[in-house]
Write a protein that binds this ligand. Sequence first.
Ligand code: GTP
Ligand code: MG
Length: 137
Amino acid sequence: TNKTFTMIKPDAVLDGNSGAIIKMIEAAGFRVVALKKTQLTPERAGEFYAVHKERPFYNDLCAYMSSGPIVPIILEKENAVADFRTLIGATNPANAEDGTIRKLFAKSIEANAIHGSDSDENAAIEGSFFFAHTEQF
Ligand code: GTP
Ligand code: MG
């Protein structure tokens, strides 16, 4: 599809960088389909990141992702998933290209400012984790 899902993570929301990040996303040609501010419980963060449950960083990741507010967003653009991952840059900000959102705003490999879906299938699953169809425009 032409949609992807993103979430501005607690570090970036608490630092007041949500507006600057959304501005970069829109300037790169993405259209906002759905957006809100919310907070995950540790249990719900665990559900969102269930694919990572065998990874050594899973418990830390769930604690971090439930530590403060997040801004989940559904986005639309041609080639959305791949183009959005290019815009955010590498998982570890030390490896992220200049001009990417993670290079500009991420603090560490864990507190890396923003999420981006890794496939069309996961974009649909992750978007529906946060938004009803009646909230998508
Ligand atoms: P997302 O867009 O958030 O899914 O990031 P990604 O696809 O670039 O990375 P991945 O799906 O492999 O990991 C999910 C998230 O787990 C990352 O965004 C980080 O927040 C965190 N993470 C990944 N690798 C590590 C690690 O080695 N240590 C820690 N503490 N956290 C990690
Ligand atoms: Mg991922």
